[in-house]
Design a protein around this ligand. Structure first.
Ligand code: ATP
Length: 425
């Protein structure tokens, strides 16, 4: 079988889209007499700086001859890729391998591309060692993603689906004409097999992107037929073409297990800790709290729920010092950007000034380590009172809403979590 990997063809301003190129290339493969077994949309490390938007790379699995595959890819890419944009650095990699039998070093490259940082040299040496064909333009950094896409079928075992409808190219840049009511109705009908189509609280059709480019809408879910069926119910401007991708979106495959003292910049983690202080809302509406290690309380990291995470911030604000959590998110600028968290245990009580047993008034501190004293009658008490806290959270997982979800992050509704879930929809 022949595996064609593609990446880095679009520009932030003009907005081509590598998925569109892959859809066209898949059609060109079929027109040339070949068959396409599947097309993968692989999300790589979301912390990579030079990504255009979602750090996606694409792979087409086909039966065309590898030399012909490279010719077809070059012929599709050259007229469409944004080669004039200095930040666009396209790459194509063609492998003559069974998708699940690429060399282990290539599958390992994919896993590292999702969780770590690589450079073009790393990619080129793996490509050469594996005897793969390749082409790069303007530095060809896209060969990192292209090789990662080639290794993805062997490297990953969890796949979801996205059905993307594309606009006529000449309409790109104009407002998208999609009937919101039809999106909401269809989303309701196919939930929870199809998720993140809308954000029902924000009233937003999240399947319709805001960025420039040819995507009209993209429907994501666990079932390949359901994403297509839902898309067919959306009323909109003409759909020029559409394609269904297998993808690692919604799988949390970017997260690695960590402990608070080994967190590194640009990586994303699942990490346990204890809330060190009550959360604080700072300028811009971002909510911060400090998390300390369970084993090593001296180690800690600030966690943040940014303003665009909307109602998720209320869950974060409801945390209290002493709550035990598992948090998930990417570390950047020394702060963990929360995608979801699990409450493992809630602090249910807090200390308060005791009530005077003689006169019933509230006692005051008598000084550091000196207990309490009643200002009215002079009665003393050694220990504080314990009062019960009213808590608005329950044990289990909380997540950002669909409008703030990263492509690769797993929605709670998909299941498989180790505690009860509180899904957003
Ligand atoms: P689009 O999906 O809309 O085409 P994008 O957001 O995927 O855009 P790209 O333009 O493809 O972004 O840019 C991402 C670049 O980063 C590519 O050149 C890719 O090869 C490279 N890249 C991907 N993963 C890594 C990684 N882990 N380390 C270093 N570079 C990476």
């Amino acid at each position: 079988m022949t595996l064609i990997g593609l990446d880095d063809t679009d520009s932030r301003e003009r907005g081509m889209c590598t998925t569109y190129l892959a859809a066209r290339l898949a059609e060109a493969v079929v027109d040339s007499g070949g068959t396409v077994e599947r097309t993968l949309l692989v999300r790589l490390n979301p912390a990579v700086e030079h990504k255009t938007r979602g750090n996606a790379a694409l792979a087409i699995h086909t039966d065309v001859d590898p030399d012909r595959a490279l010719e077809l890819a070059v012929a599709e890419l050259e007229p469409l890729a944004e080669l004039d944009d200095p930040r666009t650095s396209p790459g194509v990699v063609v492998a003559d391998d069974a998708p699940d039998a690429v060399p282990p070093a290539v599958a390992d490259f994919t896993r590292r591309a999702i969780r770590d940082f690589l450079d073009t040299e790393d990619a080129l040496s793996r490509i050469e060692e594996s005897g793969y064909r390749h082409r790069g333009w303007d530095g060809g950094r896209g060969r990192i993603g292209a090789l990662a896409a080639v290794g993805a079928w062997a490297a990953l075992d969890e796949w979801t689906h996205e059905h993307i409808a594309y606009r006529a190219f000449e309409r790109c840049g104009t407002p998208r004409d999609v009937d919101g009511a039809s999106v909401f109705e269809a989303a309701e009908r196919f939930y929870p097999e199809v998720w993140d189509t809308v954000d029902s609280v924000e009233g937003q059709a999240v399947c319709v992107p805001n960025a420039p480019g040819p995507i009209l809408y993209g429907v994501r879910g666990d079932d390949a037929n359901a994403v297509v069926d839902l898309a067919e119910r959306i009323e909109s401007e003409p759909v020029e073409r559409s394609a269904t991708f297998l993808t690692n979106q919604g799988t949390d495959v970017h997260l690695r297990e960590g402990t608070i003292d080994d967190l590194r910049e640009g990586r994303a983690y699942r990490v346990d800790g204890t809330v060190a202080g009550d959360p604080e809302t700072r300028r811009g509406g971002h909510v911060f709290f400090a998390l300390r290690g369970r084993e090593r309380p001296a180690a800690g990291i600030d966690c943040v729920a940014f303003e665009p995470t909307k109602r998720f911030r209320d869950c974060v604000r409801a945390l209290r010092a002493g709550d035990e959590l598992t948090v998930c998110g990417e570390v950047s600028d020394g702060t963990l950007k929360l995608e979801k968290f699990a409450v493992r245990s809630l602090r249910r009580t807090e200390e308060a000034n005791p009530t005077c047993p003689q006169c019933g008034r509230s006692m005051a501190s008598a000084g550091r380590d000196q207990g309490y004293r009643c200002r009215d009658c002079g009665t003393t008490a050694a220990d504080p009172a314990t009062v019960t806290l009213d808590r608005d959270l329950e044990p289990g997982w909380y997540e950002v809403p669909p409008c703030a979800r990263r492509h690769i992050a797993k929605p709670l509704i998909r299941g498989g979590f180790d505690a009860p879930v509180h899904p957003e929809r």
